[in-house]
Every structure is written in structure tokens, then in C-alpha cells.
Design a protein around this ligand. Sequence first.
Ligand code: ADP
Length: 447
Amino acid sequence: MFRKVLIANRGEIALRVQRACKELGIATVAVHSTADTDAMHVRLADESVCIGPPAAAESYLNIPAIVAACEITGADAVHPGYGFLSENARFAEILEAHGIAFIGPTAEQIRTMGDKIEAKRTAAALGLPVVPGSAGEIRSEEELKRIAAEVGYPVLIKASAGGGGRGMTVAQGPDDVVQAAARARAEAKAAFGNDAVYLERYLATPRHIEIQVLGDGRGDAVALGERDCSLQRRHQKVWEEARSPALNESQRTEIYETVAKAMREMKYRGAGTIEFLYEDGEFFFIEMNTRLQVEHPVTEMITGLDLVHAQLRVASGGSLGVKQEDIHFNGHAIECRINAEHPRTFVPSPGVITHYHPPGGLGVRVDSAVYQGYRIPPYYDSLIGKLIVHGNNRVECLMRLRRALGEFVVDGVESTLPLFCDLIDHPDIANGAYDIHWLESYLAKGS
Ligand code: ADP
């Protein structure tokens, strides 16, 4: 096992990783920007190193500064958390060249899955069901029109380098497909410096269902159940639950087996997530995330596994520590992302948290790095914390979530807490009857 792990991240995820390291007796190094000198992840780490000014490009994305921090402190591994450098293949390679372990997949695996066209091709070759569409990059207008007609309108033009929902454009028919592709290309070029686009069928009312996987890098892999992340705003997840209210046991067993087999075949290393859209009983692969995800706690709550312990074990050359047949799903878990944003307009609301009281009690977990008197800096994401609630079944989970939301106090900044208090009383939420468009239309209607 590692002796000292440097955590190249901030906020709740830095604290989450730190907790796992402490439990395993591993020393921790925090890195931080000058805006985060008073942050909880810095205060609680064994050592800390300031790596630059507030702008992420000069601190949390500053590879030379992070490598130097590893060398100064003698860290033998780096956990990248999510966001920032977590899916940067070059970072993984540079660490390796310095004899420092990257707690994640191989650089090659990150690179393959980071390019959406390549990821889709790989997924299809591994036997995963994919959204019908172009076999690869669209290179000409003629090809665009021909494939769109074959696939059937409406179609979605997507950027190969895409992320965060950028570079995605819907075309309704042959009249707007050329324009839509040009728009997607321009957006992709501006955001990612790469204008390669591909095309797929636009699914009308799918759910977003993703499977958590864990591989040892030597051909052993397990599927740790699914999460339903259909409640989204602008392609950003807001509420996640495990498992999905839309699937039955035989559908689950089948997709878990398909995914685990694919991961064994690619010798995937570490924790990862295979994202699917699910419509009319069918799964369609959209992408793979080669890192720990924000919503990983709902999986931990129903499996009893600590995913960060597992990441650390696998990255240091150990085994998965669990077999597929030993994985049992217990009850139901829901996560709400509490952001420092207006609950209806989602305008960010940085500032000082004047009063903070997180909920507690049986089945309630709050993953957060804020405290009373903490000033939320304007430079990073607006996550205040994640409220994760577990119940013996979905009904009990919802009851407990309503109770926990009622206890949660965050004063001084706007937060999305009131949105969740409204959502929990909606019959569609109680029934689990929602798709990826539900939240946007609920917000547009105002009720
Ligand atoms: P990104 O990496 O930019 O987030 P994804 O491929 O993960 O892009 O897609 C993000 C979201 O966009 C999905 O969760 C879904 O809501 C929507 N989406 C993606 N592909 C399709 C599709 N073929 N049809 C309908 N909606 C889609």
C-alpha cells in the first residue's frame, strides 16, 4: 500500500479521499490555491503545499507545480478526485515517468475513453449497445445528409472532444442538419480546439442510467449496480439515485454482465462509470468516465463498499477484494447536490456561509467541506455539499430525505435546498416517473 498520497483536488472530494487514506493509515498531502488557504481539506491534511493563484489553470491544473509538490513531500501516489486533472492522460503519464502512481486507469484507457468517437468504437467492439449513428467522424456534407437519413431524424450532432454538454446540437430534418453540424463544429472548436463531430439518433424520452465498475487492471472486473441520474438541468446532474426505479432484476443482471465482461476484456483498472441512455427497455452507451464520480456515494450506501479504499487498493497493485457474486444491494439511496445557487434561476451565489447546520440521524450522510463562517470562493464549482440518504426501500428513503432536507440549514448564500424540498413532494418523483427532460420542463412550468 502507498505511504503518502497527494490529493490533487479541493472541496468535498479532497476531504472524501483524505478520509479514506486516514482509515488505511496513509499519510495525506493537500495542495491548494491561494484562494483555499483556509479550506477544510488543507486544515485536515497531514501536510499542505500552496501550488498557485486562484485561477485553476495556474493551480489545480498546474501539472509542474503538482509534480514538484509530490517531490518536496515524498508522496508516492496522486489521487486526482473528479474534474481538474482526473481525466488527463498526459498527467497520468508524467506522474508515471516520475515514479509516482496515478490512482486511476492507465493513460491509454483515459485517452481512448476521452475521445468520444474512439470511446464509442471501443464500446461497440467490446459488445456494449451503442446509440445508432455514424461509425466515426463526419467528414463531408454528403456523408452528413446520407447518414442522418439512414439513422432517422431527429439526430444529434456531438463533438468528439465534448464534455459538459457542449458541442451538442439537435437537427430536426434535412433542412437544418447542415446548419446544426456547423454550429456543433464551431462550438467544439471554441471549447476544445477540436472540431471533429459525429452523429447519432436523438432519443426523445430516455433516462440516464449508468453502471459503476471496478477493475484490477489484470482482467478482473465487477459491476457495482446502477445509478439513475435522469434529473438534470443543462446536462448537469442534480439528483441521483441507486438503484434505478425503472429497471427490473432481469434487466439489471443482463446489463451488469455485459458491462463487467467488457471491462474484463479491456483490463480496465480502477473505478469507472459506463453511461447509458435507456429508452423502451433498451440501453445505449453514450460515454465512459474514467474516474470516481460526484454521485459515487449512492453506490457505496447500497453496497457497503468504500470506493476510494478500492481505488487505493487496486492502484497499489492489489486485488478487487470483492467478487461479483458477493455484491449485494441493500435498500435504496438518493443524493441531492446542494449548490450555492439560486434554487430556480441557478445563478451562482458565492459568499460567506453565516449559519450552517447539516442534518444527521440514521441513514443520513453529508459529504461537504464547508463550515460556518466559510467563504465560498467565486473561482470554482458551486457545490456546498452532497446530501446522501439511505433507506430500506425507496419509500423509506424518500421519507428520510424529506426529514433531512428539513433539518439542513445554510444561511448567508442562496442554495438549491428549496428546490429539493419542492421536488420531494411531486408525485412524479414519488413514483420515479421521470426522464432526462423532466426537470427542465418542471422548472419551465414553475411547478
Ligand atoms: P457530455 O460529456 O458533454 O456530458 P454525454 O454524451 O455524456 O455528453 O451526454 C450528456 C447528456 O446529453 C446525456 O445525459 C443526455 O441527457 C443527453 N444526450 C446525449 N446523447 C443523447 C442522444 N443520442 N439522444 C438524446 N439525448 C442525448
